[in-house]
Design a protein around this ligand. Structure first.
Ligand SMILES: Cc1cc2nc3c(=O)[nH]c(=O)nc-3n(C[C@H](O)[C@H](O)[C@H](O)COP(=O)(O)O)c2cc1C
Length: 216
């Protein structure tokens, strides 16, 4: 069954982006846009599509939650033995994408990924709700096949019995954070007539960034 969307279009008119007035650091703009998204009540503005590509040269993309913006990049948490973890082990280059319809904005961040410090991962894991911690143990290896939902539920119940509410769930060694160390960020602001604004920051060295305007 086919569907046709060729008559569907919106005019984007909510903002503008000017190369002359953007901050020197892309992190300043990233923080400012993130704050605006929160103020405008974008639902889960920190949800981002993460694209990876392993040795098989097959790109794959999925949503993960950004948990921190650091001075060098963005951090998310996952299972190191998942399909994305395998991709990253084979090829550290990755890109993440945010799209906020409410603000007619898109942000693309590319860079190389590395595991964060295990102690920092453990601190975050221990902050998570007890049952989410249990869930991380159930989903091992994440992306592996499971016969049916009942198997997962039984495993969840067993782990809840092993680790009641008032006990500490150990941090799995197979679970933790990755940081995408940014080397390029593109900020996209939708404009009328498809004349969108695209400003891309490219890292020169250290804290020095070049900006360019790209054709939309
Ligand atoms: C809104 C949303 C948030 C998600 N957040 C995460 C996350 O922070 N970490 C994670 O590992 N998976 C998260 N997922 C699940 C992933 O999209 C994905 O299904 C899972 O990580 C397995 O991906 P993989 O098989 O490519 O490794 C989220 C999914 C959605 C829809």
């Amino acid at each position: 069954m086919s569907m046709d969307f060729t008559d569907q279009r919106l005019s984007y008119e909510k903002g503008a982006l000017d190369q002359q007035s953007v901050p020197i650091s892309p992190f300043e703009l990233l923080n400012a846009w993130m704050n605006e998204a929160i103020e405008q009540k974008v639902q889960e503005p920190y949800a981002m599509s993460l694209a990876t590509c392993g040795a098989d040269n097959k790109p794959s993309v999925r949503i993960v939650l950004m948990r921190e913006i650091t001075d060098t990049g963005v951090v998310f948490y996952t299972n190191y033995e998942s399909a994305k973890g395998q991709d990253i082990a084979e090829n550290p280059n990755a890109e993440v994408l945010f799209f906020w319809h409410e603000l007619e904005r898109q942000i693309r961040i590319s860079g190389s990924i590395a595991k964060i410090d295990a102690q920092k991962s453990a601190t975050y894991f221990q902050k998570r709700p007890h049952d989410s911690q249990v869930g991380a143990w159930v989903s091992q290896p994440q992306s592996g096949e499971v016969a049916d939902r009942k198997v997962m539920e039984q495993s969840f119940e067993q782990l809840q019995a092993d680790y009641p509410e008032d006990t500490q769930v150990p941090t799995p060694v197979f679970w933790g954070g990755y940081e995408i160390m940014v080397n390029e960020i593109e900020f996209w602001q939708g404009r009328a007539n498809r004349m969108h604004d695209r400003i891309v920051y490219t890292q020169e060295n250290g804290d020095n960034w070049n900006t360019k305007r790209l054709l939309p």
